[in-house]
Design a protein around this ligand. Structure first.
Ligand SMILES: [Zn+2]
Length: 432
């Protein structure tokens, strides 16, 4: 919040940034004006801006290229200005030629990421079929002092989906104290791919525990607890079989029949922001580099702290409502939403978004949803909302009411593999 002005943070180091991106081999052809045509760039988030825009923003305040400097006959002042520009350009070229991005990271204080944590939406290797839109999953960033610094992110990189190849998109976040962190996404534009057909499994987990830290379980909630070693076995399987983790924007376009996803696409979600997940689940996701979503109840007193304390490159915190995770006799076990109008639900969702700094996804508390809820979620700009019918989310479904596949404490590894690769057919039967 305190760093909106840094939305154009690139202004401070325009040369370094463009030098950095030009140092990327994939971008050799990007400065040309003509290349981005067939596959239109579809910006999909706060931070998702085309390359050219951010570079332009960077140049606008503090530097003027030689070609736009002197017009005609201004004498010594202009010569001096040209000399300065030439020196800067020489420095830039030297840095661009000799420095790898790693070297640059340690070269200057401004390249010190401090405690900034950046989280990409979806996989850091994004796959796009030639000719289709590149749907950027965006990037989110937090820092302990500043909180959410997503608005500081400058996005650079251009993807031409008419030309197969690998492209790099670089996200740069900066904090009010001058820390600067970078995160890259490699976009693979491919001629063809094995496609994900029919739908996509969105896994629904709850709580994680370890053999040495066993929580109290009741017969009612026992199924929600998964041993960390079982989670590990599942993540191992996903990793060894090259599963792909699309962003919610990609999932939505896929569900709407507008976008192709690679075979073995999957989404992992963990409900309720429970402490065992935060303590044991997140490190496991990091170990296997598997991106996942933590659906948190934003009115929980720890919610705002947890987002910072447990910030992870691999975990996106999304909405499990602000304060609609309430059941009880007066509302019935299905929760409170059934007794709320669209405006009330919308206001709750927006409140949650203010805590999270994102609006990518929403999990209905208890999986209970209404027409008013779906309308409110759409109005709140949420890409995908999830219920708990035990099924894959399928092409043609309403993106504001997508089923999920439940992973329970007693799910065997064979059952898990089956659920990840075979469309479940018992649509319409609520999970236990
Ligand atoms: Zn819940």
């Amino acid at each position: 919040m305190p760093t909106q002005r840094r939305a154009n943070g690139g202004n401070e180091h325009p040369f370094r940034q463009s030098g950095h991106s030009q140092a990327q081999p994939h971008q050799m052809n990007t400065p040309k004006r003509s290349s981005r045509t067939a596959g239109a760039y579809r910006g999909s988030g706060r931070s998702q801006q085309p390359h050219r825009t951010s570079v332009k923003a960077g140049k606008s305040s503090s530097s003027r290229p030689a070609s736009t400097g002197p017009r005609r006959g201004f004498g010594p002042v202009v010569l001096a200005a040209i000399a300065v520009v030439v020196i800067i350009v020489v420095v830039l070229v030297v840095r661009g030629c000799s420095g790898t991005s790693n070297q640059q990271k340690t070269a200057a204080p401004a390249d010190n990421p401090g405690d900034i944590v950046m989280t990409l939406g979806g996989d850091e290797d994004t796959y796009v079929l030639k000719g289709e839109d590149y749907i950027g999953g965006g990037c989110h960033a937090v820092e302990p002092e500043d909180g959410d610094i997503t608005s500081s992110i400058v996005t650079e990189g251009e993807v031409d989906t008419s030309k197969p190849g690998d492209y790099t998109v670089t996200y740069t976040a900066s904090s009010s104290q001058g820390y600067v962190a970078k995160k890259q996404r490699t976009v693979h534009v491919v001629e063809s791919m094995d496609e994900q057909e029919t739908g996509i499994p969105v896994l629904m987990y709850h709580y994680i525990y370890t053999a040495s830290d066993v929580p109290e379980m009741t017969d009612d909630n026992r199924g929600n607890y998964l041993l960390d070693t079982d989670l590990e076995e599942q993540l191992q399987y996903l990793t060894e079989n090259d599963f792909y983790y699309p962003s919610y924007e990609e999932v939505r376009a896929f569900i709407e029949g507008k976008h192709t996803l690679p075979k073995n696409s999957i989404v992992l979600t963990f409900d309720d922001g429970e402490s065992g997940f935060l303590k044991y689940g997140i490190p496991m996701l990091e170990k296997y580099k598997v991106p996942a979503t933590s659906f948190i109840i934003c009115s929980d007193e720890d919610a705002e702290d947890d987002i910072i304390t447990y910030a992870s490159e691999y975990v996106s915190f999304q909405s499990h409502s602000y304060d609609m995770h309430q059941d009880g006799l007066s509302w019935g076990y299905r929760g409170i939403m059934g007794h709320m109008g669209e405006d009330e639900i919308y206001n709750d969702l927006v409140k949650a978004q203010k805590v999270l700094g994102t609006s990518d996804a929403f999990a209905y508390p208890y999986g209970y949803y209404t027409d008013q809820g779906k309308a409110a979620a759409e109005r709140a700009g949420i890409s995908c909302s999830f219920i708990i019918f035990n099924d894959w989310a399928r092409i043609g479904d309403n993106p504001q009411a997508l089923p999920r596949v439940r992973v329970s404490g007693d799910t065997s590894i064979e059952g898990f593999k089956w659920a990840c690769t075979n469309t479940i057919q018992d649509r319409g039967v609520p999970a236990a």
